[in-house]
Design a protein around this ligand. Structure first.
Ligand code: GUN
Ligand code: ZN
Length: 438
């Protein structure tokens, strides 16, 4: 597909330069009538329409009544679980046994895996998500299929084969050696290729032996810029189980710590049930918690204490955690994050929520030099939100006086219906009503 050298996008435009919770109004830039200039897939300029239209010449796409923001960043999601989203009636451990493991068994078939990966990636783009940190299944071929599909779309994705050598069906188990060797092969084949990166992915402490976690640590030593992606302290039954399985560990996080799995590229999903010393250690090691509100509510896991994480200085991002999460949409995810804080007497400010879903997510994944906002030179991943996408949204927004109110209404009422277009490296990868445009 040919692409003009330079393309101008005119709409309302918002992005973040800093964290609103720390910097207040200095944290974002907003243009009521703005222009985003994209050249060869990268951000060239951003500013008010009038002067930029005089300065830059190229085709202009005008989106009145739309808001352009950076593409959403999903810090935790499972692609094989797409087909089992909305599975009734269980909490974490029985949900895994009754729904998740039977589903993931199907991913031994690479063709099946490829077909699901295709649908999954299209669904991300339909929801305005341009980057995600993705669990695959235990099967090497399923990870391979995911990377191939992501490469075709040129999306920035981080993913990995699951490591799991106990407490799961035999056909879903690898061994410390085979898991290590297959992960190594995948790292060599995919890490740093185009926009793809690898995450060493032990499912969680109960499904790995100490030996397997140590091998995961070896991989991080050998390949210092790959990621570590796992689950941590999501459910109280899980926490009690980890205590029984690892009696000498100080606490849950210590199991991972002893294997050398903490660091600035280590992302732990959930962290709902953490003690003070775990928070301290997370902050000190610069590790990240991916907060997954729709999942925590759906599985009845508990209420994430964001204020405590801030007090300790723990880095956080937002994750959908599909299939335990109930939506691919970061707008829905922000809304549920807000409600979880409400239940604890805390407020999640709408600027902070959108920050977490964009630049905050990029920072959490250590890719903020590449994506997350519209600074010159960054990759042009962005989405165009339709402020009149539904009659109720249009009606409500006619009465919204401030940018803060506008954003809050967008997250409270918003979902995939708002995503008019999604651009990946300056190329339109989703157009509403046209599914799966490459
Ligand atoms: N803990 C271990 N595996 C999983 C999973 O697949 N989903 C969630 N939400 N938690 C987990
Ligand atoms: Zn998960």
């Amino acid at each position: 597909m040919s692409q003009p050298e330079m393309q101008l996008y005119r709409a309302r435009i918002l992005h973040f330069l800093q964290e609103p919770a720390e910097q207040g109004e200095a944290a974002w830039e907003y243009f009521d009538d703005g222009i985003l200039v994209v050249e060869h897939g990268y951000i060239k300029a951003l500013g008010p329409a009038e002067p930029l239209l005089r300065q830059y010449h190229g085709p202009v796409e005008h989106f009145p009544d739309h808001l352009i923001i950076p593409g959403f960043v999903d810090c935790h999601i499972h692609y094989p679980q797409t087909e089992m989203i909305a599975a009734y009636g269980e909490q974490l451990l029985s949900w895994l046994n009754n729904y998740t493991f039977p589903t993931e068994l199907k991913f031994s078939d690479p063709q099946y895996a490829g077909a699901v990966a295709k649908f999954f990636l299209d669904e991300l783009l339909r929801n305005g998500t341009t980057t995600a940190l993705v669990f695959c299944s235990v099967h090497m071929q399923a990870a391979e299929a995911f990377f191939r599909e992501a490469q075709k779309r040129n999306v920035r994705m981080i993913a990995g084969k699951v490591l799991m050598d106990r407490n799961a069906p035999v056909d879903l188990c690898d061994t410390p050696d085979s898991g290590y060797l297959q992960s190594r092969e995948l790292i060599q084949r995919w890490h740093g290729v185009d926009r793809l990166q690898y995450a060493v992915t032990p499912r969680f402490a109960p499904t790995s032996t100490q030996e397997q976690l140590a091998k995961a640590g070896d991989l991080l030593q050998e390949f210092p810029d790959v990621y570590l992606h796992t689950h941590l302290a999501e459910n109280s039954g899980e926490v009690a189980w980890v205590k029984r399985l690892y009696p000498s560990a100080k606490h849950y996080l210590d199991v991972y710590d002893q294997a050398g799995l903490l660091g600035r590229r280590s992302i732990f999903a959930h962290g709902v049930h953490l003690c003070d010393s775990e928070c301290e250690r997370l902050a000190h090691s610069r590790s990240v918690i991916a907060h997954c509100p729709t999942s925590n509510l759906f599985l009845g896991s508990g209420l994430f204490d964001m204020a405590k994480m801030r007090r300790y200085g723990v880095r956080i991002g937002l994750g959908t955690d599909v299939g335990a999460g109930t939506s691919f949409s970061l707008l829905r995810t922000m809304d549920e994050a807000y409600k979880i804080q409400q239940l604890q007497g805390e407020k999640l400010d709408p600027f902070q929520a959108l920050y977490l879903a964009t630049l905050g997510g990029a920072r959490a994944l250590d890719i903020d030099s590449k994506v997350g906002n519209f600074e010159r030179g960054k990759e042009a991943d962005f989405c165009v939100l339709d402020l009149q996408a539904t009659p109720l949204l249009k009606f409500r927004l006619q009465r919204a006086g401030t940018l803060c109110e506008l954003l809050f209404v967008l997250q409270a009422l918003g979902d995939d219906r708002l995503i008019e277009r999604t651009y990946v490296l300056g190329r339109c990868a989703h157009r509403r009503s046209q599914i799966g445009v490459l």
